[in-house]
Ligand binder design. Structure first.
Ligand code: AMP
Ligand code: GLY
Length: 424
């Protein structure tokens, strides 16, 4: 099987590494990829958001399967273009990707499917802002009503900060979405979905805030760990049965059947799980941790999903233990990051199975030096017999990386290790 992976983050680096281990995968091409991915796959330039360009590249490299990593191409219909060229594609149609791309569509589907989620209202004029602030609170959730890579959301107890964010979005012509605050620890549950067939992967937890102790602004994700020692298996089963399956069935009923990875982001509150958001693709940085524990061949699972035969393959097998991803971010991230700094100590050795360094915003300079090229620069993954050991392995590896001005969280997975996470 010849596989083309679309994207350029650490998530795609993790997909490439897992696909490379699958004996059925005979060739691996990544586009556009990054400096780390280029060590494991042939890389090609492409505009990932152009269906025409991606489909043409898939034909040119005679791909049997195209795997689309990021949400923007999916929302723009790149998977449809690949399928129209007669090539199997892992990733939903534009129609089904609205579950992530349109918050209004997602809410509508969830309500029809009877799934618990936050109440929301859209405000599109500054005159309505104060009345909306009165109806919500004392913790305000203020969102950009569109794709914002996790950075368009402000969750705050400070009414003025909530108002400022709403006003700024409106000034830039973006409608503002207010939501009721969902309390409780967050879970990311990734499910392979092929119509009504739903196969969950290991549950993971992201760390969205930039600073230790969940302080500072939201980011695209500063780290993650899996599995979740504090989450009972019955809750995972309940999420699959009461949240993901009804949503998958509702999408089928609407003629927008989902094929690919459906990511449920939930808060586990006193009354049970409630959905914060759905995403139409693998999450970043959770994927880097989750796939590092996967023992089953990933190519087979993705291909079965893409070709409508997911119900026929054995469920994924996982190695015992735990995995932690820690993101190394550039100076000033999540603001405009400083780029072009030299990175040293990021070389990976295949012999080392306790940790790995996955690339996100990196590129090779003309003189061969590895330099930073984005906000989230690297994902360091530690694997161990338990979460404590996985953390030690990740942080020992990170200590050898040098990147001027960079920062990372030192507490990824720590609250779980210290048994500080309460459900309900
Ligand atoms: P989103 O861009 O919708 O994924 O939101 C980013 C992050 O903001 C989520 O992962 C949560 O940590 C937080 N968040 C979003 N919506 C809510 C909500 N209704 N209640 C509590 N936290 C939320
Ligand atoms: N981990 C957050 C996301 O992928 O959206």
């Amino acid at each position: 099987m010849r596989v083309l992976v679309i994207g350029s983050g650490a998530r795609e680096h993790a997909l490439v590494l897992a696909l490379r281990k699958d004996p059925a995968v005979t060739a691996l091409v990544a586009a556009p990829g990054n400096a780390g991915i280029a060590q494991h796959a042939q890389t090609r330039a492409v505009d990932p958001s152009s269906g025409e360009a991606v489909a043409a590249l898939a034909v040119e490299v005679t791909a049997d399967l195209v795997v689309i990593g990021p949400e923007v191409p999916l929302v723009l219909g790149v998977a449809d273009a690949v399928r129209a060229a007669g090539i199997a594609c892992f990733g939903p149609s534009a129609d089904a990707a609205r579950i992530e791309g349109s918050k209004a569509f997602a809410k509508d589907v969830m309500i029809a499917a009877g799934v618990r989620t936050a109440h929301s209202e859209i405000v599109d004029t500054p005159a309505d802002l104060d009345a909306a602030l009165d109806r919500f609170g004392p913790t305000w959730v203020v969102k950009d009503d569109g794709l914002a890579a996790g950075k368009g959301v402000v969750v705050t107890d400070d009414r003025l900060a909530a108002r400022d964010h709403g006003a700024e979005l409106l000034e830039n012509g973006h409608p503002v979405l207010f939501e009721t605050f969902l309390d409780g620890p967050e879970v990311s549950l990734f499910c392979l979905v092929d119509g009504e067939t739903v196969v969950p992967l290991l549950p993971a937890q992201d760390h969205k805030r930039v600073g230790d102790g969940d302080t500072g602004p939201n980011t695209g994700g500063m780290g993650a760990y899996t599995p979740l020692p504090w989450l009972p298996q019955e809750t995972v089963t309940a999420i699959v049965d009461d949240v993901v399956k009804p949503v998958a069935a509702e999408l089928v009923r609407r003629g927008s059947a989902f094929s690919g990875l459906l990511y449920a982001g939930l808060a586990i509150g006193a009354e049970g799980p409630a959905v914060i958001e759905f995403n139409c693709r693998f999450g970043d940085p959770e994927t880097q941790a989750v796939l590092s524990l996967l023992e089953s061949p990933l190519g087979e699972l993705l291909n079965a999903t893409a070709t409508g035969t997911l119900a026929d393959v054995a469920p994924p097998r996982w190695r015992d233990g735990a995995a932690v991803t820690v993101v190394v971010a550039a100076e000033n991230y999540p603001g405009r990051p400083r780029i072009g700094d030299v990175i040293t100590g990021a070389e990976d050795s295949a012999q080392n199975t306790a940790s790995s360094v996955l690339h996100a915003g990196t590129e090779s300079r003309a003189d061969g030096a590895l330099v930073s090229a984005g906000g989230r620069v690297l994902s360091v993954v530690g694997v161990g017999a338990d979460l404590t050991e996985a953390r030690v392995n990740a942080y020992e590896r990170i200590a050898r990386i040098k990147l001027a001005g960079s920062h990372y969280r030192t507490d990824i997975g720590l609250a779980a290790v210290e048994d500080r996470i309460q459900v309900g």
